[in-house]
Ligand binder design. Structure first.
Ligand SMILES: [Zn+2]
Ligand SMILES: [Zn+2]
Length: 132
């Protein structure tokens, strides 16, 4: 069976990743931490086991900032792009906006975390309900 490869990276190209599928729990999140981390009102995430993610760009692994007692946020130290979250557990979550081909079906979110934290005027189709 062919292995599905997902590649992506930051705005400047210093940090690149190569992840192999299957994709775990693609979802959107509108928590305040995601909002502050990215400046976006909602982030879209795809999860991979740590051993299926390689950092392949000239800058190597991304810079990290310890954001909770179990996870660090990852970003490019050169251009500042948001790249993901590296958990202490075996999971690396990558933001779907950094993928080279975000329009792949396997990346379509199946849930929306912290939907109540998005502004009322901001709507995301998945998990969103009018007036929520
Ligand atoms: Zn960069
Ligand atoms: Zn979040």
């Amino acid at each position: 069976m062919a292995v599905t490869v997902y590649e992506g990276g930051c705005l400047c190209g210093q940090i690149r990743f190569r992840a192999t599928g299957p994709v775990g729990w693609p979802h959107t999140c509108s928590c305040r931490m995601c909002q502050r981390h990215s400046g976006a009102l909602t982030l879209a995430w795809a999860e991979f086991p740590r051993d299926r993610v390689q950092w392949t760009g000239p800058g190597g692994a991304p810079a990290t900032w310890r954001s909770s007692d179990k996870s660090s946020r990852a970003f490019c130290p050169t251009c500042g792009s948001t790249l993901g979250a590296i958990d202490d557990g075996p999971v690396v979550a990558l933001v779907i906006g950094s993928f080279d081909a975000p329009n792949r079906k396997a990346l379509a979110p199946v849930g929306h975390s912290y939907v109540s934290r998005r502004p009322r005027w901001w709507h995301v189709a998945i998990g969103d309900t009018p007036g929520a």
